[in-house]
Each structure stands twice: as structure tokens, then as C-alpha cells.
Design a protein around this ligand. Structure first.
Ligand code: ATP
Ligand code: MG
Length: 245
């Protein structure tokens, strides 16, 4: 493996790329995951590889939703597991959320490899292997979830989710938080809270907001949630990408 000097102007980006490659090598990330990462990088480049203000607002709204939730679940796929395994565990710890492995191309082997990987990063209970629940409106292979995980959650965080599944989850009436660098993707469009930011920055940012809001009462949390508007945030992200503002 090549060493990247920290002085490299795009150090973070190259590091991220290496994490995905490693994820493929150890069998947690699919080859399609490499392509998804490439699409994400292109948008991140246009955003200046930084968290724009509207994405920070979205991360704060997401944190408030997590703290208000009866049951919040963080959905983890192969890219998420490769890029932010420890950060996902920290978010779950800070908010009391569950972690569920949820793959577009589900194989028992990869499900287990990801669950093991998350446990190596400190996760205690990893859901997703029971697959005894279903998201209505999707074909069988794509629909599987844990009945006591994503199936029953009122708030779900689905980073880098496929558009069809994002739409089906939102049709179930769940509060859906999506992390996706493409504000035009169907996943971002379907979300109650779209966070247009790199998952590398977005997950720790939600955790930071959750810690800050830990002592807030319900009225304060509701105010954070109500002051966020998804459409305005998506428009701001698109402007940032198109015009660099
Ligand atoms: P649609 O949702 O419209 O079907 P798509 O097929 O391009 O769009 P997917 O393959 O479902 O999207 O998911 C990949 C998405 O994840 C892309 O929109 C990509 O920009 C985004 N993405 C990839 N890597 C990252 C990352 N590191 N952080 C945030 N988003 C990312
Ligand atoms: Mg998508």
C-alpha cells in the first residue's frame, strides 16, 4: 500500500479511497461500492470537500430526531462499514440507537463479515441477520429487514441508500435521515432529513450535535426539528455544487 503524505492537498479524499479499497479486499464492500464512492467523490470535489452550512443544519436536525425517537436505527452497508465503522458505533452509543446491517446485494457471508467488522469496532448488538421483517413495496430480496430493527424503528439513518429503498422506507411513514453527496439522487429527495455531505464528516457531526443537545428538553428538540426544511437544504446544496456558493 502506498503512503499518502499528509501534506497532499487532497489527503482526506485519498485516504477515503483507500478505506473503500481495503473494504473490498476484506470482503465487506462490494465492487459496485467502488463505483458509488467515485460518484460521491465527484460531488464532494464540487462542494470543496467541506461541510456546507445547510448540511450542518441537517446533521443537527438528524441529532434531534435521534434523541426524540422511540427507536432509532443506523443502517450499515458495505461502504458505510468500510468508511466509518467506529464512528457509527459512537453515534449509536451517544443516542441509544441500534445498528443494523442492510445490504442491497445481500449475501450471508458479507452480512456476517460486516457484523464482525462492526463488533471489532466496539458494537455490541448488531441487527440485520434475522431478516424476519419486510419493507412493503419492494421485491423480496431487497425488502428484508429485522422486524425489531428497521422494521419497527420510527427514525432510520440510511447513508448511501439505494433510491427505491429510500422511497419505500419513507412511504412506511418513518422519519428518514439520508446521507448522500448527490442532492439530486432519489434517496436524498425521499428523505425527511437529507444530509448532503461526505459520510466521513457527516456521521461524527451528527454525534457532536447529539452530545451538544443531550440536555435539551423535548420542546427544544422539537424546535430544532421544526426549523429544518428539507427542500431548502437540498436547494442550498445544489447551489453550492453548481455555483460554488
Ligand atoms: P438514485 O438514488 O437516484 O438511484 P444512484 O443510483 O446514483 O442514485 P446509489 O447507487 O443508490 O445512487 O447510491 C450511491 C450514492 O451515494 C450516490 O448518490 C453517491 O453520490 C453517494 N455517495 C457515495 N459515496 C459517498 C460518501 N462517502 N458520502 C456520502 N455520499 C456518498
Ligand atoms: Mg441513491
Amino acid at each position: 500500500e502506498t503512503e499518502i503524505p499528509e501534506s497532499h492537498p487532497r489527503y482526506e479524499s485519498l485516504l477515503t479511497r483507500h478505506r473503500i479499497e481495503h473494504g473490498v479486499d476484506i470482503g465487506i464492500t462490494s465492487r459496485q461500492g467502488l463505483i458509488a464512492q467515485g460518484r460521491g467523490e465527484a460531488y464532494d470535489y464540487l462542494l470543496g470537500e467541506q461541510t456546507i452550512e445547510s448540511a450542518d443544519d441537517a446533521a443537527r436536525a438528524a441529532a434531534a430526531h435521534f434523541l426524540l425517537a422511540d427507536q432509532a436505527v443506523v443502517s450499515v452497508n458495505g461502504n458505510v462499514a468500510a468508511l466509518v465503522p467506529g464512528e457509527v458505533v459512537e453515534l449509536a452509543d451517544a443516542t441509544g440507537a441500534d445498528i443494523e446491517v442492510n445490504l442491497f446485494n445481500r449475501t450471508r457471508e458479507r452480512m456476517e463479515a460486516i457484523a464482525d467488522h462492526l463488533r471489532e469496532h466496539g458494537a455490541e448488538d448488531v441487527k440485520g441477520l434475522a431478516a424476519d421483517g419486510e419493507i412493503p413495496g419492494l421485491d423480496h430480496a431487497r425488502a428484508k429487514v429485522d422486524a425489531d430493527g428497521i422494521g419497527s424503528a420510527d427514525v432510520v439513518l440510511v447513508p448511501l441508500e439505494d433510491g427505491d429503498r429510500a422511497q419505500a422506507l419513507s412511504a412506511m411513514g418513518k422519519t428518514e435521515v439520508v446521507i448522500d453527496l448527490n442532492p439530486l439522487s432519489r434517496s436524498a429527495q425521499a428523505a425527511s432529513v437529507p444530509i448532503v455531505d461526505n459520510i466521513i464528516r457527516a456521521v461524527p457531526n451528527i454525534t457532536r450535535h447529539a452530545r451538544e443537545l443531550r440536555d435539551a428538553d423535548e420542546a427544544e428538540l422539537r424546535a430544532v426539528v421544526d426549523s429544518f426544511d428539507a427542500e431548502t437544504a437540498l436547494e442550498a446544496a445544489e447551489r453550492a455544487i453548481r455555483r460554488g456558493e
